[in-house]
Design a protein around this ligand. Structure first.
Ligand SMILES: C=C1C[C@]23C[C@@]1(O)CC[C@H]2[C@@]12CC[C@H](O)[C@@](C)(C(=O)O1)[C@H]2[C@@H]3C(=O)O
Ligand SMILES: O=C(O)CCC(=O)C(=O)O
Ligand SMILES: [Fe+2]
Length: 306
């Protein structure tokens, strides 16, 4: 099987076709790649450089950001429920105040420009949020819904999106897992990585498909909320990242998780509902607390089944 790759530059000429291809990919795999996405290369490159700049710092310097509970700098411990993996990461909220404060903590008085990190993150997040909204618009179109049904989830003033920088250094550890199997809880994830492989997509029954790294592309991963909002028509893709044992170079992934305002009710819009609802309505705040109280590998959406 080959991961669907969708050329977004074709959406200008033939939006119907692109929407159809996106909907098919969401139904079959909950995962696809987009190319010609319009995010300028220099924005991605600068974000990558800043990330490596951060991860090269000494441990005490990185720890100045504060421990990841859940936001901050994490090393091997993932989340608050005992999961571990061969990586270090920065998990950030995406609001401007949080980014500005974090940037101050990251910069060293004599060394870094205190606004360099925040400018870079804000530029990057601005671009990927725009891309996420474009993709949600095409999904709505493909499903025959008004564009706003999905796009407002990420454009309201108090959206709850996250940004994660994952660094997988070369390791001789005998733990093969970098970031264990899971689905992302939010609406939609946009992931890009450098050229070092590691990401795998679950095909079920213990079969895994390695995702060939392509720094020019974004991987689009359907999250649990979109599975619930489409009444199971779209599937949230289970994925994992292997530890970086075969490369002498570090792997870096940069991951935007598009989440709606916490009080948003997650339910299938009536225009889309065929038959009965699989899930009871819940808010993103409800789902988030459920997620954070459970282990990475659990199928957390099942808890909200009717
Ligand atoms: C073990 C956990 C880490 C996680 C919160 C959770 O309790 C279960 C979901 C995990 C996940 C996966 C996708 C994203 O990387 C993430 C930020 C998210 O929203 O859900 C992480 C959480 C985390 O690292 O804190
Ligand atoms: O690093 C990767 O490729 C996967 C990371 C991931 O799945 C996540 O951060 O949720
Ligand atoms: Fe993920």
């Amino acid at each position: 099987m080959k991961i669907p790759t969708i050329d977004l530059s074709a959406a200008g000429k033939d939006p119907e076709l692109v929407s159809k291809l996106i909907v098919e990919a969401c139904e079959e795999y909950g995962f696809f790649k987009v190319i010609n996405h319009g995010v300028p290369h220099h924005i991605i490159k600068t974000m990558e450089d800043e990330s490596f700049h951060f991860f090269r710092k000494s441990l005490p310097e990185k720890q100045r950001v504060g421990p990841a509970n859940p936001f901050g700098y994490g090393n091997r411990k993932i989340g608050l429920s005992g999961d571990t993996g061969e990586l270090e990461y920065l998990l950030l909220q995406t609001n401007q105040n949080y980014i500005a404060n974090t940037s101050l903590l990251i910069s060293n008085i004599n060394d870094d420009d205190p606004s360099k990190f925040s400018n870079t993150v804000n530029d990057y997040i601005g671009e990927v949020r725009r891309l996420a909204c474009d993709i949600l618009g095409l999904m709505s179109k493909g499903l025959g819904l008004p564009l706003s049904v999905f796009t407002t989830l990420l454009t309201d003033t108090d959206t709850d999106s996250l940004f994660r920088l994952n660094h997988y250094p070369p390791t001789a550890s005998n733990n093969p897992i970098g970031f264990g199997e899971h689905s992302d809880p939010q609406i939609l994830t946009l992931l890009t990585s450098n050229h070092v492989p590691g990401l795998q997509l679950s095909l079920g029954n213990g079969h895994w498909l390695p995702v060939t790294p392509d720094p020019q592309a974004f991987c689009v991963i359907i999250g649990d909320l979109l599975q619930a909002m489409t009444n199971g028509r779209f599937v949230s893709a289970r994925h994992r990242a292997m530890a970086n044992t075969s490369s002498t170079e570090s792997r870096l992934s940069m991951v935007f998780f598009g989440g709606p305002p916490p009080q948003t009710t997650i339910t299938c819009p009536p225009q889309l509902l065929k038959g009965r609802n699989i899930y009871k309505p819940f808010t993103w705040a409800d789902y988030k607390s459920h997620t954070y109280a459970h282990r990475l590998g659990e199928t957390r959406l099942d808890h909200f089944k009717l």
